[in-house]
Design a protein around this ligand. Structure first.
Ligand SMILES: [Zn+2]
Length: 287
């Protein structure tokens, strides 16, 4: 009995002392989405990976410090080289690994405005070498991948990607799974553009499409449609308050605007309900 207790206490001590280390250590989780497309979840934006005869095609690359782990996870799926990395937008949790990816031979593809914003930064490494304005078709691993821009949505340089044979959509940050979205109004994002981006994507996909959101769980069309309902309702509610002559502070403090979705836990540490009310207000009153 005493020995058992000793073991038990040793076990507890060991588990408690190892918990902090485990929390700091990011593990890259691989989820198979179709025959050839995978989703990698680590820290930052969800990564999409297509593998096949042509090589590896990657969507977003999280943070530079995670590259070795991301490359290990990709090696489990294919021993072919990484041909291309598409950036869905310029934010650091989606483009931080660009320079490392370039070093292993990948060509970076992104919207023109991603090139513009990244090249304004300090580094010249890992910049996109292929940029596009409206849309781009990539023929790789036996399928057509449609890369399409959506105006002033999450930022001013968003791309969404649709794998036409695999029937997989990667939304970039134009979808936060069951959370209030980050709309980067200071970098050209807007609530109306964001709503239009979701509508555009919903027109491309069908009931069987698998959706890799920018952040959060693998999803589907029905869930993306309910995310659109949330955006539309919040926009309507904020606009109604603006029409009544309410100020920014009034709207930020008015919890009734978001109550329905606050109750569903859409509020999270980065975008809480105050922040989403303020963002929508700022977006609607910008011009
Ligand atoms: Zn983002």
């Amino acid at each position: 009995m005493k020995i058992f207790k000793l073991f038990l206490s040793l076990f507890l001590v060991c588990s408690f002392t190892t918990i902090p280390a485990q929390q700091n250590e990011v593990v890259i989780k691989t989820i198979q989405v179709s025959n050839s497309v995978y989703m990698l979840v680590g820290q930052g934006g969800n990564i999409g990976v297509s593998v096949g005869d042509d090589g590896v095609f990657v969507i977003d690359d999280q943070f530079a410090r995670l590259t070795p782990k991301i490359l290990d996870a990709i090696k489990e799926l294919s021993d072919k080289p990484i041909q291309y990395v598409v950036n869905t937008h310029f934010h650091g949790d989606h483009t931080g690994g660009n320079a490392n990816m370039e070093k292993v031979g990948a060509k970076i593809i992104a919207h023109d405005n991603v090139y513009k914003r990244l090249s304004e930064g300090k580094t010249t490494e890992g910049l996109p070498v292929i940029t596009f304005n409206d849309k781009l078709s990539v023929h790789i691993n036996g399928e057509l991948v449609l890369v399409f821009h959506t105006d002033n949505a999450h930022t001013d340089g968003d791309a969404m990607l649709y794998f036409t044979e695999s029937n997989v959509l990667h939304t970039g940050d134009n979808y936060f799974y069951k959370r209030y979205p980050y709309i980067d109004v200071n970098s050209g994002g807007s609530i109306d553009g964001y709503i239009n981006a979701v509508k555009k994507a919903l027109m491309v996909i069908d009931e069987n499409t698998k959706i890799i959101p920018g952040h959060g769980n693998l999803s589907n069309k029905a869930e993306y449609a309910s995310f659109l309902e949330m955006l539309t309702l919040l926009r309507t509610n904020v606009q109604a308050e603006i029409d009544k002559g309410k100020t920014e502070d009034d709207i930020v403090n008015n919890t009734a605007i978001t109550k329905q979705y606050d109750n569903l836990n859409y509020s999270w540490n980065f975008i809480n309900s105050e922040k989403i009310r303020r963002t929508i207000y700022l977006s609607l009153t910008k011009n």
